[in-house]
Write a protein that binds this ligand. Structure first.
Ligand code: ATP
Ligand code: MG
Length: 441
């Protein structure tokens, strides 16, 4: 007999089936046994009743044992129907259980674990209802990102992760031995994205990037998944913001279609993305912060404090019904060398951050496409254009005006789900004292 997936069992009333699954819970009661079985598609209740030989073969079963269960699908009595779950109306009356593998669990799943215990026991803890829901949502965020960009004519490419130097001259990098030379791990796919605009006009990349940041905060990881896109033939950064807003709408729609149960289970709030996304210059945001929102020390600063980001998001939500707010025109001094300076607002850039539910989830903007302008940007940042000869070829050989964004996957997951720490939204978070297991001090 072929395997039936658990989610399809309701359609098999009165029939014999075979399922392959984990034991999710087990309870023995005299001559009866009750189980919840789980496969990737759902859960179903199983019972052994009046079959001493089956009961005997099942007596050692414990949580997470892997089994093949044969039985008949019965309608549950009206009073026992659980309308909130798939298969809540049926149960499987077990005629045979084969053990495919045993398990020995360190503790019961679904407890509210402290983060260190959760990380120490990751391969097991990821099986919890909560974690399966978090990472299903994360997978659907990626799918929404991909599908939306594909539908707008973007081409996906794989950016290299080993790079020749600290390309952007900013974020902290990990050095790696590279045969007789040294190399580093990419902090972003930025330069390759731009090169690829010269090839395919519109490109995106989904991949891990590495930041050797020593601090430990609730929003930083040392390795994270970056969702990047870059598009050619733009007028300015506003085109990029519009595209990102459409990507957010695409992600939201895909989540509603494919992860509704998980969002409900995790009690995620609805994502508010109005037709007009609130947008203001950094300097305007700073005035708003001080004059209306009660902040101090905002005006004249080159960047926003985390507290300011929270306040602006609260404001956008309460006053403008939006979870998303764009802050534009960060000073040239605060942005990387390739950022386009606004010819009408000298000293400030056509760049933006997208703040979402309290934190920055995206940085983006228009880039310098003119060769001389780009070289000047490098010099201004104290970088040597000779170190960028490879990248600069793209700007000598026909580079359209372009711009793009980088979106942190774990951050957007954290914020959509209202998780306290970004590490909860990372399958295997790297932190200063941990690569899977704790490192020696
Ligand atoms: P922050 O100011 O919050 O440290 P950043 O400005 O250094 O972030 P960018 O280099 O602009 O970050 O990266 C683009 C996006 O990548 C960020 O908006 C964020 O979503 C994500 N990101 C950046 N650094 C990290 C990190 N260390 N851990 C997780 N996500 C990150
Ligand atoms: Mg940023």
């Amino acid at each position: 007999m072929r395997r039936t997936m658990i989610k399809n069992l309701s359609e098999k009333k009165g029939q014999e089936v075979k399922i392959k699954c984990w034991v999710d819970t087990v309870r023995f009661q005299g001559k009866m046994a009750f189980f919840d079985f789980r496969d990737v598609s759902g859960k179903v209740q199983g019972i052994i009743f009046g079959k001493p030989e089956v009961l005997e073969s099942a007596k050692d079963l414990r949580n997470e044992w892997v089994v093949e269960v044969s039985g008949v699908i019965n309608q549950r009595p009206e009073k026992n129907i659980n309308k909130d779950i798939v298969n809540g109306d049926v149960e499987i009356e077990i005629t045979n259980i084969e053990i495919l593998n045993k398990a020995e669990i360190p503790f019961e799943l679904n407890e509210d674990l402290n983060l260190d215990v959760s990380l120490d026991n990751r391969p097991y803890v990821l099986k919890s209802d909560k974690n399966r829901a978090i990472f299903k949502v994360q997978a659907e965020i990626v799918k929404g990102f991909r599908n939306t960009l594909n539908s707008f004519g973007f081409t996906e490419f794989q950016a290299p992760k080993i790079v020749g130097g600290d390309a952007e001259g900013g974020a902290e990098v990990y050095n790696v031995e590279y045969f007789k030379n040294s190399a580093s791990l990419a902090t972003s796919p930025q330069l390759y994205k731009q090169i690829m605009v010269g090839v395919f006009e519109r490109v995106f990349a989904v991949g891990n990037v590495f930041r050797a940041e020593k601090h430990s905060t609730s929003r930083h990881l040392n390795e994270y998944s970056s969702l990047d896109f870059e598009m050619g033939f733009i007028k300015d950064h506003a085109d990029v913001m519009d595209m990102f807003a459409d990507v957010m709408r695409g992600i939201k729609k895909n989540l509603e279609e494919n992860a509704k149960a998980e969002l409900d289970f995790l009690k995620a709030e609805e994502i508010l993305i109005p037709d007009e996304i609130p947008t203001m210059k950094l300097s305007e945001a700073q005035v708003l912060l001080e004059e209306k929102l009660g902040a101090e020390n905002a005006i004249g600063e080159p960047d926003l404090e985390p507290e300011h980001e929270r306040m602006l998001c609260d404001y956008a939500k309460k006053e403008l019904n939006s979870d998303l707010i764009f802050i534009t025109h960060y000073p040239v001094s605060k942005r990387p060398f390739y950022t386009y300076e606004d010819e009408n607002d000298k000293g400030f850039t056509k760049s933006f951050d997208a703040l979402f539910k309290g934190v920055e989830i995206v940085s983006g903007g228009q880039r310098r496409h003119d060769y001389d302008d780009l070289v000047e940007g490098m010099k201004m940042k104290g970088l040597n254009p000779d170190d960028f000869k490879f990248y600069l070829q793209a700007f000598k050989t026909g580079m359209p005006p372009h711009g793009g964004i980088g979106l942190g996957l774990e951050r957007i997951t954290q914020k959509i789900l209202g998780l306290k720490n970004v590490k909860e939204a990372a399958l295997f978070p790297r932190e200063i004292n941990r690569i899977d297991t704790l490192l020696n001090e």
